[in-house]
Every structure is written in structure tokens, then in C-alpha cells.
Design a protein around this ligand. Sequence first.
Ligand code: PLP
Length: 382
Amino acid sequence: MNTRIYLDHAATTPVDSEVLNSMLPYLSSVCGNPDSPHAEGRKAMAAIDDARDSIAELLGARKNEIYFTSGGTESDNWAILGAARAQKIRENKSHILISSIEHHAALYAAETLQKDGFEVEYLPVNDGGRVETSELLARIRRDTALVCIMAANNETGVIQPIEEAVKISHENGALFFTDAVQLAPYARINTKALGVDLLSISSHKFYGPKGAGVLYIKNGVKMEKLVGGGEQERGLRGGTLNVAGIVGMAAAYKTACAQMQENNEKITRLSSLFQEQISSLQGVEINGDGEKLPSVLNLRFIGVENAALLYAMDLKGVAMAAGSACASASVKPSHVLTAMHLSEKQAKESVRISFGKDNTEEEVERAASLLIETVEKLRVAR
Ligand code: PLP
């Protein structure tokens, strides 16, 4: 019996069994390369076409605006590097505005641009973890090539003012990219209603397989390639497509959209139950406020180092996180929390708990009681 309690759904989610079943033929009997003109290849390409149709419709996009990638990191890298470089070549614009709380995949791309001679400015956030659009308005310039603000933050769950930011960006002639990797499982995204130029999602955040993602590129937006050497994806992204991964991603996204309201309600109840259960514990602060994802709870346990807490909880069978998964092995304090004006010490007292649709009330109650016990023990041991 698996007695572990998984509370790290912002890092990744398990693959749904129906999603897995939809993928299996493409890992065995349908073996063709989608670029091959023979029957086996055409069958694989038909599956890619169906997946592209389905994802385009759900994102309110045209089919030729959906580009398949290896996941959120590649989509973020490509959006920022590809759009900025194209803007520099065609419009001679080299100023980039990016929020200070982006995922490392986006920050890495901005740092790369800076090394290549772009001027990169970071947008601050308020104490609650939200970018103020007045800060964007104050910094945007005629030579701003691209504005990057994520739709929802992966550490705090705080939802960002994307529609307002898109408006300001376009009024000033800049392109707008949003990383919607964390928002996608919890809110319906309509690229046309949002007005974004570029948007990324990643399959493994909504119960699909790892290693598959999408970059939405609005028709007319000029892009330089990131991955070359093949004519796939309309000549813009080389490499044989991950057929099973893409089929699974499309199935998972369809289910996520269909069950969104039900899942959100359940997850909201679980999160409230958890908060209620730990309410007897003193010295707990919630990081991030305002409109948030239902799934993510970022908590600071005053006087308790997160590394020790996560280690003890893991030993007791509960998986939680500090910061983003890719950075959680590092001892650095979270850049998101320090951008929200927490001290390094306060950031290192903070953990992220993220609930999923398959968690149960019993799990949440047990995790809460183990957490109380552990925090109290660690405080005494200080
Ligand atoms: N962007 C955000 C906001 C994320 O949370 C993540 C994953 O944690 C990524 C990008 C990277 O996505 P992937 O793991 O698919 O590369």
C-alpha cells in the first residue's frame, strides 16, 4: 500500500490512467515518424493533427499558432529568445521587461539576452507577490521589444494582471509573453481574449506526461528558431515530434478543461481543510495574497528552517517543496519570496504545499497533524 502523501502538484502531477491509455498505441504499434510520407508516418501525423486541433480549440487559437515543444522550459526559452532576437533584427529594439518572479526558465533566457547586449529590466512585485501594472507603465519604452509576465506564480500561486499588462505593452508597441504553465490546470485560457502574442503551457502540470509542451505564437509574430536542423513545426522547431507525449498532452488538457470547475472546488476544500487543521499552530504566515491558484499554499513557519522541515516531512511520508522543483536542491533562498521583500531568513522558513485532484481529506488531515508535530519538534530542538 502506498502510504505516501503527495503534496507537490505544482512541481508535477501523476499521469491520469486514461491519458496513459491514449498514449500506449503511439509507444508501440503506431511506430511511424510523423514526417514520413508512408502509411505508418501518416497515421502518426494524423494523431499530431488531432492533438493540435484539440489544443488550439481549447486555447482559443488557430491551429497554425500551436507549436509543440519539449515542455515549459523550452517554450519559455524559445518565446523570449526567439521573439527578442527577431525584434532586434527587424525593428532594432533591444529593451526587455521581465517580472522578477518568473520561473528560472524565463529568467535564464533574459540573462542570455543581457549577455548578448540586450538591456533587461526587472519588474518589481508588491509584498503580496503581484506585479503592479503602474511599474510596467513607468518602465516601458518605445524600444521595448518584449514584456514577460507569468500568468500565475509557481511558488505562491499569485495570479498576475495579464490583461492590463497586455494592453499597456501593445499601446507602447511591445510584444507580450506569458508563461501560463501554472495557470493552465486551474483557469480556462483564451489566447485571443487575453490578447497575448506568446504563451506557454506544459503537459505534466495537468496530469499529462512529462516532456511535452506548447508555445502559442500569434499569427504574424516574427520568431527566430531555438532548435534547428529539421523542418518540423512549419520550419521553426526542428526535431522528430514526441508523438505519444503530444497525444497524451492533448488528452490531459481536454480532461483538465472539462473537469476544471469540479477539480478547483475539491482542491479549494482540501486547502481550506488543511489551513483549518493547522490553525492551532502559532507563528505561521501565508506568503502571497490577492487572487491565487486554489492549489498552492506558501507558508512560513517562523523559526523553522525549510530544509529541515521538508527532510523530516519526507521521512514521515509527506512530499512538499521549497521554491520551484528545479531549484529546491539548492540552498539559495527563493528569488520569488525575496522579491516580495521577505528577508533571506524568512524565505528559508517558507515551504510550498500544493494539492491535487486526487488528494483525499484523510491525507490532508494526516499531513496537517504530521506538520504540526514536526514544526513543534523542530522549534524545541533550536
Ligand atoms: N514555468 C513555470 C511557471 C513552471 O512552474 C515550470 C515548471 O516547474 C516551468 C515553467 C518549466 O516547465 P517544464 O518542467 O515543463 O520544463
